[in-house]
Write a protein that binds this ligand. Structure first.
Ligand code: ZN
Length: 204
């Protein structure tokens, strides 16, 4: 039996991942973006995929370009406004294969006040307590550079699973040397762990 990755082309995987994230409250209509590499080609979800399409995009909406020419890709009229960080990560870590930026529902109470998000479930132990990037204008090079700075301290994690960085008052971004399925898996682990931290306070 073929895995989902084996069954889908790169653009089809972007379409699949978009719907999966939105259906499971791992991102919202306000934003997020996803990208993956397939050989020398990189595929991105289009700008405003949430607000305009409720993440119900088709393969014809996926934006693509060459990993050797990010500047042309970034001039595409539908290049995602949050794509600068993706490009910075791909340039800094050529082995990265998939990147997800999302606005997961259960992270909001933590990121609203930059509160620590400890790992309390076995499934998220590998990530430890996630770090926040410095306050920086959204979509700025400054923001992208600080995400890369933190990820440089987590290269092993990028290679074994995925490294995640929390974005103050905004969301999360994670990068993996593995395929999109691994990035989605890690995103869900982080979101569920956040729910567990919140909900566990109701039990005692
Ligand atoms: Zn965002």
């Amino acid at each position: 039996m073929k895995s989902i990755t084996e069954r889908l082309t790169g653009p089809e995987m972007i379409v699949y991942a978009a719907k999966y994230m939105f259906d499971r409250f791992m991102t919202d209509a306000a934003g997020g973006n996803i990208s993956l590499k397939e050989g020398e080609t990189v595929y991105f979800s289009p700008t405003l995929a949430g607000a305009t399409y409720h993440w119900n995009i088709g393969v014809e909406d996926v934006v693509s370009g060459s990993v050797n020419d990010f500047s042309s890709l970034m001039k595409h009229p539908r290049f995602t406004r949050e794509g600068l960080s993706h490009v910075a990560i791909y340039k800094a870590f050529p082995f990265v294969q998939s990147i997800v930026h999302a606005h997961p529902k259960y992270l909001f109470p933590f990121i609203a006040g930059s509160k620590p998000l400890p790992a309390i479930l076995n499934s998220s132990n590998i990530f430890g307590t996630l770090q926040y990037h410095k306050e920086a204008p959204p979509y700025s090079q400054e923001q992208a550079d600080d995400i890369v700075r933190i990820m440089k301290t987590q290269e092993d994690l990028i290679k074994t699973k995925a490294a995640a960085v929390l974005m103050p008052k905004h969301g999360v971004i994670l990068a993996s040397a593995s395929d999109m399925m691994v990035s989605l898996d890690c995103l869900e682990r982080i979101n569920n762990n956040a729910f567990a931290v919140l909900a566990s306070k109701l039990i005692d």
